[in-house]
Design a protein. Structure first.
Length: 563
């Protein structure tokens, strides 16, 4: 029986039909990372006709490979980037309110030792400034623990020479789901969202790019759409897109790689994130609690690899291990204890010099109108994406208006006050979460742990996921043994969250590939069969999809066979 068309199929059909009618879009946004999703959402909410195109899955690029923090960036204070910190802490407050299921307060312990570059008094002053910049609306104000308190809280942390440990608060997120929910809200506001669709050509009409050539990355079909403006939000791929637009200038980006390693929380338990300075170079890195896991990151090294192929090297893992050894000498953490790794490229804007160290390259974003009128955005942070998106759409609207391509009046986007989908009707208090979990348990198909996991992952939408098990108890079975994710999430991912491949589900709709030591491989056959039935895959296609996922796991694991 042929499978029902997916949302993606419907979007592509819609595009085909509107092209045949000679319709023109206002804006094509290239790149379904946090920036592209944010731009599409803002533009659609203003009433622009928008298409968001992503060559792979939403958040396939850097936006699923970050440190997963929504933070002011305490270390930017060291560089006196006060306005960047102010903007970031303001956006942090907003996201804590508008997406409380995805953005949660996280404490950070900052142990300071005698002889450190920044003495305790200076770090504490920095914390005051940090809290003040958030207008004292940090999730909690900072306080300083003395060595005895710290030793009680984190017994394995090095106490020799410890001067004290300020504890301050920022926030943690699921970066891929933040991107996904932003894109879902864009679609709800009228944007067309085409995943697994690659931009392969940009054709001008006069001096402006007015046609965009697309290729379906799953079946090779070609499409062409007409548009009045184009936004290049391709992060580390930005230079490739600038090339496609005919800009043959020196590279815009100086990409740097950052990796993380995942450990069992029992091996490296931390009640709060711990801020460490690397013993080799003094760089700041974090040890972050992540439920039954702890992850450690990150590195910062120049990297030129194709962004989709970026991975941790053995040297990267060794570098992180040295920091763990230094800060947690009593803990036996060795390379073989690493369960998983992830690696991403920072799309940092080059200063053109190449001489500065990687960590000094600016984290600020850059928006400019280039060849053919294409608006390019590069750099920036996950944390400030909403504000950055509004700035980009302002530039797009100004461009369209200046060229006489927009004459109608637009609405305000009002993203400052608009919750993300899972936050609609979600009571984020502990009692509210417990009530929703109890309601799910009451269905009689799912246990308490799974219910809590669904609430933490989907917010109010957990109800919709759980409801799928009511007529189909098999949907309550785990995707892979030992993890709380269930098959109903796979169906939901396909029907409601634009998942089209196995990696979409195991890497980004769930975090099984990172949290499970076996990366979900033991459950792969059952998962693939379920997806095949829903998506109408042939036996050969199902095998191809499994092979593609195994190849992505092999890439993640390649560091283990390096000398
Ligand atoms: P991406 O997420 O890379 O999106 C670009 C997309 O464009 C990709 O999905 C790609 O597939 C698509 N694309 C490329 N070419 C085409 C094409 N031809 N057609 C269609 N689509 C195309 N920020 C924070 O706020 N907090 C943090 O904790 C944090 N930690 C970080 C840690 C690391 C290691 C790194 C690398 C970054 C971190 N950042 C953090 C920064 C943040 O993650 C990035 O700034 C942000 O994710 C960039 O998003 P983007 O949308 O610009 O790029």
């Amino acid at each position: 029986m042929p499978a029902a068309p997916t949302r993606r199929d419907l979007v592509l059909r819609d595009l085909d039909a509107s092209t045949a009618r000679g319709d023109e879009l206002d804006l094509v946004v290239i790149g379904g990372g946090i920036n592209g999703a944010g731009v599409a959402r803002d533009a659609a909410r203003r009433g622009l006709r928008v298409l968001l195109v992503e060559q792979n899955d939403l958040a396939f690029g850097t936006s699923s490979r970050s440190s997963k923090l929504i933070h002011g960036g305490l270390r930017y204070l060291e560089q006196y980037h006060v306005h960047l910190v102010f903007e970031s802490v303001s956006e942090r407050s907003r996201l804590l309110r508008l997406a409380p299921h995805l953005v949660q307060p996280l404490g950070f312990l900052f142990p300071v030792y005698q002889g450190d570059k920044n003495p305790l008094w200076l770090v504490r002053t920095g914390m005051w400034v940090y809290d003040a910049l958030s207008l004292f609306r940090s999730p909690e104000p900072h306080r300083t623990l003395d060595p005895a308190e710290l030793a009680r809280l984190v017994p394995e942390l090095r106490t020799e020479g410890l001067a004290g440990a300020p504890l301050y608060f920022d926030a943690a997120t699921d970066d891929a789901r933040l991107t996904l929910e932003t894109a879902i809200d864009a679609a709800r506001s009228g944007a067309l969202v085409a995943t697994w669709t690659k931009v392969v050509g940009l054709a001008p009409s006069g001096s402006r790019i007015r046609r965009v050539q697309l290729e379906d990355a799953l079946d090779g079909r070609r499409y062409e759409v007409a548009t009045r403006a184009v936004v290049n939000a391709t992060g580390p791929w930005s230079d490739a897109l600038l090339g496609l637009a005919g800009s043959a200038t020196r590279p815009l980006l100086r990409p740097t790689k950052g990796i993380h390693v995942v450990l069992d929380a029992a091996r490296l338990p931390v009640p709060h994130a711990v801020v460490c300075r690397h013993p080799d170079d003094g760089r700041v890195l974090f040890v972050i609690p992540w439920g039954d896991r702890t992850y450690v990151g990150t590195t910062d090294t120049d990297e030129q690899v194709e962004p989709g192929q970026v991975r941790a090297s053995h040297d990267d893992v060794r570098y992180l291990m040295r920091a763990i050894e230094r800060y947690f000498p009593g803990r036996e953490v060795r390379e073989e204890h690493v369960l998983a790794t992830w690696a991403g490229l920072r799309p940092l804007v080059s200063d053109g010099e190449g001489g500065s160290s990687e960590s000094d390259v600016s984290r600020e974003h850059k928006i400019f109108v280039g060849e053919g009128g294409m608006i390019t955005v590069a750099g920036g942070k996950l944390t400030t994406y909403r504000k950055m998106a509004a700035e980009i759409v302002d530039v797009a609207v100004a461009e369209l208006t200046a060229h006489g391509l927009l004459t109608r009046t637009l609405r305000k986007a009002e993203t400052e006050e608009a919750p993300l989908p899972g936050a609609l009707g979600f009571d984020a208090t502990e009692e509210g979460r417990a009530r929703l979990a109890a309601e799910i348990v009451g269905l009689g198909t799912l246990g308490r742990d799974v219910a809590a996991h669904l609430v933490a992952t989907y917010g109010a939408r957990a109800r919709e996921v759980a409801a799928r098990t009511a007529g189909d108890p098999a949907a309550g079975a785990p995707i892979t043994a030992g993890r709380p994710d269930v098959l109903a999430q796979v169906d939901f991912a396909i029907d409601e969250e634009l998942a089209a491949t196995i990696a979409d589900v195991l890497d980004r709709r769930t975090q099984i590939s990172l949290r499970d030591g076996a990366h979900g491989l033991p459950g792969l056959d059952a998962l693939a069969d379920r997806m095949a039935a829903r998506l109408g895959w042939s036996a050969a296609r199902t095998e191809e999809e499994k092979a593609r996922y195994r190849a992505s796991v092999a890439l993640q694991e390649a560091w283990r066979s390096e000398p």
